[in-house]
Design a protein around this ligand. Structure first.
Ligand SMILES: [Zn+2]
Length: 379
């Protein structure tokens, strides 16, 4: 079998040049025109090797779907490579954190999350074509425009493609400087808890008031107690609001509460506890909205089998792959929850996602690119 690792090493400078282009084309989630420019750039770089189409992303930028023209006669079924084009950085971030090639790393906004992953996948497919390695399945690359802000407009598209796919490879960064793959992600959601009391003059008419802030404080203490670190369940009140002026007994107070649950059954238990909340002060009413946004990506047998395959292919290149679980979500949560074997964290190896020191290790570019190609050829 021609050596995909040698291919990727020989193309490393080209891959770096592509990463630079992708990083320098800024694409904040909340700037649809910028995201559209980014998807056009990717589609342009795939000209001749893939057929691309865009799908409207409503108030976000367009989503991109590219089907590759790969060697191999009859294709049966589909394999989905999943990524996102948006970043958490505002337009102009390049001015303070320009793309740099320094200290054995590439630096810049979105270089790790996840523009390097996109570049690796493009070169992985180029490698299969140039070395004429047959692929059994149709291969679709989907880049969502709204992953960093919850994937509201891309979720149904992701789920539709995942349902018809034999496997999903997610191009998110690996974990840590070893680039561990991700085989489990917690489910994520928010609850919005609103307490209604009764306003009154805090001095003249104190006893006529019902203090919504006091009630909310008691509720917050209660829900924070739903955290169960042994099971990996966390509940974190993250935003509170309430009241108007200090001399008015507050009529309304509210909290936004982040929660994470590694398993669906943990989420169901948490949901029951939240729905059973009762006011401590009977004169108050409480209102609860929200719930699960991303379901947990559980480490199913299908996920493990995919990881074992990747580990074996990496070993052939002298790379020892490890796996990891994380409390952070990705679009892989949606695909795994449908039961489609999903392997995540196949993109760049580095650190500092969403931060000033976001960077990837240059000496892991070739093996990651080759691993993606080998996986596509093996699935
Ligand atoms: Zn990401």
């Amino acid at each position: 079998m021609p050596d995909l690792l040698s291919y990727a090493r020989a193309r490393q400078n080209e891959i770096i040049a592509l990463i630079r282009e992708l990083v320098e084309c800024e694409s904040p989630s909340d700037d649809p025109a910028a995201v559209a420019r980014f998807t056009e750039l990717v589609a342009d770089r795939l000209a001749g090797i893939a057929k691309c189409r865009v799908v409207a992303g409503r108030r976000f930028g367009p989503h991109l779907q590219c089907e590759f023209r790969l060697p191999g006669r009859r294709k049966t079924g589909q394999m989905l490579a999943l990524g996102h084009s948006d970043t958490v950085y505002p337009a102009g971030a390049l001015a303070s954190m320009p793309f740099r090639n320094q200290q054995g790393r590439l630096w810049g906004p979105g270089v790790l999350d996840m523009k390097s992953g996109v570049a690796f996948f493009i070169y992985a497919m180029r490698g299969l074509i140039e070395l004429d390695l047959p692929v059994a399945r149709k291969v679709l690359l989907q880049l969502n425009s709204d992953e960093e802000v919850g994937s509201e407009s891309s979720r149904s598209l992701t789920e539709k493609e995942a349902r018809r796919s034999a496997a999903v490879l997610v191009l998110e960064p690996g974990t840590g400087l070893e680039g561990r793959l991700k085989t489990a992600r917690k489910g994520i959601g928010d609850y919005f808890l609103t307490v209604h009391g009764k306003a009154a003059h805090a001095g003249v008419d104190f006893t006529a008031g019902v203090n919504a802030i006091v009630e909310l404080a008691r509720q917050i203490d209660k829900v924070a107690g739903f955290t169960d670190l042994k099971r990996g369940v966390t509940v974190s009140p993250g935003v509170i609001s309430g009241g108007t002026r200090s001399n008015v007994v507050p009529a309304v107070a509210g909290a936004e509460i982040d929660f994470r649950a590694p398993r669906m059954k943990d989420y169901s238990a948490l949901e029951r506890k939240f729905r059973a909340l009762k006011p401590f002060d009977k004169r108050c009413t409480i209102e609860l909205t929200g719930g699960l946004n991303r379901p947990p990506m559980e480490r199913t047998r299908g996920v493990v089998a995919l990881f074992e395959k990747a580990r074996k292919l990496a070993r052939e290149m002298g790379v020892e792959l490890e796996e990891s679980a994380t409390g952070g979500g990705s679009d892989g949560n949606f695909t795994a929850a449908l039961g489609t074997p999903t392997l995540d964290g196949l993109g760049g190896v580095g650190e500092g996602a969403h931060a000033l020191h976001e960077s990837i290790l240059i000496d892991r570019i070739a093996d990651r690119t080759a691993l993606l190609a080998k996986l596509v050829a093996a699935i």
